[in-house]
Write a protein that binds this ligand. Sequence first.
Ligand code: NI
Length: 181
Amino acid sequence: MSERRVLKMGNPILKAVSKPVADFSDPQLAELITDLWDTMHARGGIGIAAPQVGVLQQVVVFGREVDPVTGAEPLVPKTVLINPVITVIGDEVKDGWEGCLSIPGMRGMVPRHQHIRYTGVDYNGEAVDRQVSGYHAVVVQHECDHLDGVLYHQRITDMSTFGFEEEISLSGSYQPNECDD
Ligand code: NI
């Protein structure tokens, strides 16, 4: 297990489309997932996608553990999601601040669907099928965009909101529920 280098905006791999995982017994898959968690934790993100470490496979990890002390459920449960498919539910779209480990130090307001269903498989090849809303839905959309070669700044509709985190925090408009992945 180890931390891997996170590719930054401008690297062509981040614009490429990832392939579905076909072989769940491949030891490189287990290694990739461990390294994704290590890399995400080392950088304090809420999620990370395989292309961000240079692997063009449909693998994302996101979320946090249940609080070991209070037993509180996290806003987004710790999840390995492979070969994901997102279906939008309803037409509610809301702007929220996002960041990305591949665009360090920056933030922007991104419109995202507020209710989605996502399906896929976990690390053991077991089916994942969830209907989620709000922040959880935003994180999944952000991560799955990486698999299509899309970074969040491409979805910003008001580019005047795109800027450096330190300046945006100072302006007082920054909300704590940002998505940094
Ligand atoms: Ni990201």
